[in-house]
Write a new protein. Structure first.
Lengths: 202, 606
C-alpha cells in the first residue's frame, strides 16, 4: 500500500500538492487524468523519490523500492537489441522461465517479435513504447507507474496491452496516466485527478 | 549478481555506442581492417598519454626548474587531487539522470544507492578505458624525471586510491548540493571560503620566501612570462612550506622515503574523506526518508532581511535591500557577495606582494576571473517587481521618491562590479594622483556606456512583475549585452594597470575614453544591423570581433602599446579577443537580438 499523509509539494512557484492525503491499495488499476500541468508526472516523481515533499509523509508498505516507472519518454539502451533488453530485465529481476515465455508471446501478439533481433536504435517511436511497456510487465514490479505509455502505439496492439493490465491489476498496483479517449473507453478503472493540490476521484 | 548482469549489458551497449557509425572513408565497423585501424588509434592514444606525462614533467622540471620532489607533487595534485572534481561530471555523463531512474526501477535502488552505482560504473569504466593510458602517463612522467621504478609504483598506487576516494567525495558533495537546492550556494561558498582562507595562509607563509624572488622579478620588470614564472616559483616554495600537511606532498615524500608515520597519516586522511563521504551520503538518505522541508525554505539571509525591515523606520531602506540582495534564486546577493569576496581576497593577496609584476598578474586574474564567474548571473539583470503587500508598505512614499531610490539602488547593483574594481585598484595603487585618475576612468566608463544604457537599462523602466514573459526576454537580452559592456571595462582596467606609468598622460585617458565610446557605439550598431539584416552566425561573430578588435587596436595605437612590446598587453589583447569570440558565439546561438522588437512587444502588452 502507498499512503500519502498531508503531503505538500511546491515546484517553482506552483503548488502541486497541498496537504494531500490519499491511500492506494496493494492491488488495482487507477487512471490518473486531468489537464496538462496539474502535477500527474510530478506525483510519479514524488513516488519514485525523485523529488522530495515539502511536508508530510509517503508511507510504502509491502512495496518498498519495488516501483517501476515508465516515463513519457522511456529510457532504453539504444544499442542493445530488443531481445537483449528484455533479457536484461528478466534476468536482473530473476523471472522464471514460464514468465519469460509469456513475455515472448506478448511480443508476438503486439507484432514486435520479428524486430527483437534488431538494435533498438532502429525502432520507431511506437515500437520503443511497446518495448518499454513489455519491459515494465516483464519486470513484474509490485507497483507500475505508467505515464502516457500508449501514445504512439498502434490501435491493434492497444487492446492486447489493456488485457495484460487488466490481468496484472489483480496482483499489482498500477497507476496509469493517459489522455487518450480510446484507452479511457477500454479500461474500466477508478479515475483520479489532482485538483487544488488534492488527489480526488475524477 | 544483478549488478553484474546489468554491467554486462550496459557495457555491451556502451561498447557498441562508441563504434557505431564509425566510418573513416570506406572503413566501417564491418570492414576487416577496422580492428587494425582501431588498434592504430589506441596506439596513438597511448603515445599521447606517454607524451602528456613526459611533457608535463619536462615543463615542471626543465623549464620551470622545479625540483624532482616538487614536480611530482605538481603531477600528483593535477592528476589525482584536482581532476576528480572534473571527472565527477564525466561520471554523471556515464549514467544519465534518465538512466538512473530506470535503474532505480530495475534494480530497486534508492537515490543514494544510485549514486554509489554511478561511482561503481565509473570505476569500471575508468579501469577498462583509462588504465593503460594512465599507466603510460606515469611512465612518461617517471622517465622525464628518471624516478626509480619502485617510487613510481608507490606514487601510482596511492594516486589511484586518492583518485577514486576523492571522486566519490565530490559526487557526494554534489548530491547534497542538489538535494538541499538553494542551500548549496552556501555549501559551495563555504568550500570556496575555506579554500580561500588556506590560500591566504599559504601566501602569508611563503611571504618570507618571496623576498628571494624579488630580485628576479625586478630584473624582469613587467615581463609577463617572468611574472608568471615568479608566481610559480613562489607556488613551489609554498608547496614546500606546507608539505607537512598537504596530502600530495605527504604521498610523494612517502613514495621517495617510505615510512610508517607518513603511511599512517595518509591512511587517516583517506579514512576521514571516506567517512565524510559516507556521512554525507547517509544524511541525504535520512533527509529523504523523513521528507525534510529544506528545498523551499527561505534561506537565512532572506529571513534576516525581512525581519529587519519590519523594524526599520525608513521603508526605502527595503527598496535598497531588495534591489541588492533579494532576487530569483538568490542571484543578486550571490553576485554582490562573490564580487565583494573576490575583490577583498585579491586585494589582501596583492597588498602583501612587493612586486608590481605580481600585482599586475593578480589584478588580471581577479578581473578576468570575476567577469567569467559572473558570466551566468543573468538574473542580476532581471527587473524586480514589487508585489502587492510591498507596495502597500511603501504607500507613504511618493512615486517619484520610490522610483528615484529604485533607480539608484539598481545602478549600485549594476555597477557593483565597477565600484569594486575601482575600490580594489584604489587599495592597490599607492599614489593619490593615480587613485584620482582611476576614479576618472571609472566615470568615463560609465559615460561611455550611456548609449547602451539608454537602450537597455532595466532601472529606467518599471514593468509589472507579472509580465514574466517580456521580463524574461528583455532580461536575457540585457544580460547578453551587459556581458559585452563588461569587456571594455575589463580591458581598460588591465590596460590602465599595464600602462601604469602612462596613467598621468592625458593622451592615455583620451585613448581609453575613445575606445569605450567607439566600442559602445559599435555594440549598438551591431545589434541594430543584426536586427535588420539578419546576418548569419558566422558573419555576426566575424563582424563583432573585427569591429571591436579594430576599435581596440585604434585605441592601443594611441598609447603606443605595441611599440613597447609589453607582454601583459599582448596577452590581454589575445584573451580579450578569445572572450569576445566566446560571447559572440553565445549571442549568435540565441538567434537574433530582438531588443527593439522586445521593446515594441512590451509597449503593446502594456
Amino acid at each position: 500500500m502507498i499512503r500519502l499523509e498531508a503531503v505538500s509539494l511546491t515546484l517553482g512557484h506552483t503548488k502541486i500538492l497541498n496537504r494531500c492525503s490519499w491511500s492506494f491499495p496493494d492491488t488495482g488499476l487507477f487512471l490518473l487524468n486531468g489537464p496538462n500541468g496539474i502535477g500527474k508526472t510530478t506525483l510519479f516523481r514524488l513516488l519514485m523519490q525523485d523529488v522530495v515533499a515539502d511536508t508530510g509523509k509517503i508511507i510504502f508498505t509491502n512495496t518498498s523500492n519495488d516501483i517501476y516507472l515508465v516515463p513519457h519518454e522511456p529510457f532504453i539502451y539504444q544499442q542493445l537489441t530488443g531481445k537483449e533488453f528484455l533479457e536484461l530485465i528478466y534476468k536482473v529481476r530473476h523471472q522464471p522461465a514460464k514468465y519469460q515465455t509469456n513475455i515472448w508471446q506478448l511480443c508476438q501478439q503486439v507484432h514486435l517479435s520479428r524486430f527483437l533481433d534488431d538494435q533498438i536504435r532502429t525502432y520507431s517511436q511506437g515500437m520503443i513504447k511497446k518495448l518499454a511497456l513489455i519491459a515494465a510487465i516483464a519486470a513484474n514490479a509490485q507497483v507500475l507507474l505508467l505515464d502516457e505509455v500508449f501514445s504512439g502505439i498502434d490501435s491493434t496492439s492497444i487492446p492486447v496491452f489493456v488485457d495484460q493490465l487488466n490481468q496484472l491489476k489483480l496482483t499489482h498496483l498500477i497507476i496509469l496516466v493517459t489522455h487518450q479517449a480510446t484507452i479511457l473507453q477500454l479500461i474500466s478503472a477508478p479515475r483520479l485527478t489532482i485538483k487544488d493540490g488534492q488527489l480526488s476521484d475524477g | 549478481m544483478s549488478l553484474g548482469l546489468w554491467l554486462k549489458y550496459k557495457w555491451r551497449n556502451d561498447y557498441r555506442s562508441v563504434w557505431q557509425n564509425f566510418h573513416l572513408m570506406t572503413l566501417t565497423d564491418q570492414s576487416k581492417y577496422f580492428n587494425l585501424y582501431r588498434l592504430g588509434l589506441r596506439i596513438v592514444g597511448l603515445g599521447v598519454s606517454w607524451l602528456l606525462g613526459f611533457g608535463f614533467m619536462f615543463l615542471e622540471h626543465q623549464i620551470l626548474q622545479f625540483t624532482i620532489f616538487t614536480s611530482w607533487i605538481g603531477y600528483f595534485t593535477i592528476f589525482y587531487i584536482l581532476t576528480p572534481y572534473f571527472e565527477r561530471q564525466i561520471a554523471y555523463q556515464q549514467i544519465s539522470d534518465n538512466e538512473l531512474n530506470f535503474l532505480k526501477s530495475l534494480l530497486k535502488l534508492s537515490k543514494v544507492q544510485g549514486e554509489y552505482l554511478r561511482l561503481i560504473y565509473f570505476i569500471e569504466y575508468a579501469l577498462f578505458n583509462t588504465f593503460l593510458s594512465e599507466l603510460l602517463t606515469i611512465v612518461g612522467a617517471s622517465m622525464a624525471l628518471k624516478t626509480p621504478v619502485f617510487v613510481t609504483i608507490l606514487i601510482a598506487i596511492q594516486g589511484i586510491l586518492f583518485h577514486f576516494i576523492l571522486l566519490f567525495f565530490f559526487m557526494m558533495v554534489h548530491e547534497i548540493a542538489v538535494f538541499v537546492n538553494v542551500k548549496h550556494f552556501w555549501l559551495r561558498y563555504g568550500i570556496f571560503g575555506l579554500g580561500f582562507v588556506l590560500l591566504v595562509l599559504v601566501i602569508k607563509i611563503s611571504s618570507f620566501i618571496a623576498k628571494n624572488i624579488e630580485p628576479f622579478i625586478t630584473n624582469n620588470r613587467l615581463h609577463f612570462a617572468g611574472a608568471v614564472k615568479a608566481l610559480l616559483l613562489s607556488g613551489q616554495s609554498v608547496v614546500i612550506a606546507v608539505n607537512a600537511w598537504y596530502p600530495g606532498a605527504l604521498v610523494i615524500r612517502n613514495a621517495f622515503e617510505p615510512n610508517l608515520v607518513d603511511s599512517f597519516k595518509i591512511l587517516v586522511f583517506l579514512l576521514v574523506i571516506v567517512s565524510l563521504s559516507y556521512v554525507l551520503a547517509n544524511q541525504v538518505s535520512s533527509y529523504k526518508q523523513r521528507n525534510f522541508v529544506i528545498a523551499n525554505q527561505p534561506i537565512f539571509l532572506d529571513r534576516w532581511l525581512l525581519n529587519r525591515f519590519k523594524t526599520v523606520q525608513n521603508t526605502l531602506f527595503y527598496v535598497y535591500l531588495k534591489e541588492m540582495f533579494i532576487g530569483k534564486l538568490g542571484a543578486r546577493r550571490r553576485y554582490m557577495l562573490k564580487t565583494l569576496l573576490l575583490m577583498t581576497g585579491m586585494f589582501m593577496m596583492t597588498h602583501s606582494m612587493a612586486s608590481l609584476s605580481g600585482k599586475l598578474v593578480f589584478t588580471f586574474i581577479t578581473i578576468t576571473g570575476l567577469l567569467i564567474w559572473n558570466h551566468k548571473d543573468t538574473y542580476v539583470e532581471q527587473i524586480l517587481g514589487f508585489n502587492a503587500p510591498e507596495i502597500l508598505l511603501l504607500a507613504n512614499v511618493s512615486n517619484f521618491t520610490f522610483l528615484l531610490n529604485k533607480v539608484i539602488a539598481g545602478i549600485i547593483v549594476r555597477y557593483f562590479e565597477v565600484i569594486s574594481i575601482v575600490a580594489f585598484v584604489v587599495g592597490l595603487l599607492p599614489s593619490a594622483s593615480i587613485i584620482l585618475i582611476m576614479i576618472t576612468l571609472a566615470l568615463i566608463m560609465m559615460l561611455g556606456q550611456l548609449g547602451t544604457q539608454i537602450l537597455t537599462s532595466p532601472y529606467l523602466q518599471v514593468l509589472p512583475s507579472n509580465n514574466q514573459c517580456i521580463n524574461r526576454d528583455i532580461s536575457r537580452i540585457r544580460s547578453r549585452i551587459s556581458q559585452l559592456i563588461r569587456l571594455p571595462i575589463m580591458f581598460s582596467m588591465v590596460l590602465a594597470l599595464s600602462q601604469f606609468q602612462s596613467l598621468t598622460q592625458p593622451i592615455f585617458l583620451g585613448a581609453i575614453g575613445l575606445f569605450l565610446l567607439i566600442s559602445d557605439a559599435i555594440i549598438i550598431v551591431f545589434l541594430m544591423i543584426n536586427k535588420y539584416l539578419n546576418l548569419s552566425h558566422r558573419h555576426m561573430i566575424l563582424f563583432g570581433v573585427l569591429s571591436l578588435g579594430g576599435a581596440m587596436v585604434l585605441a592601443l595605437n594611441q598609447v603606443q602599446l605595441f611599440q613597447n612590446q609589453n607582454g601583459v598587453g599582448l596577452v590581454l589583447v589575445s584573451l580579450y579577443l578569445i572572450r569576445l569570440y566566446s560571447l559572440l558565439w553565445t549571442l549568435s546561438r540565441q538567434g537574433h537580438f530582438p531588443v527593439i522588437m522586445a521593446r515594441n512587444l512590451s509597449r503593446k502588452r502594456k
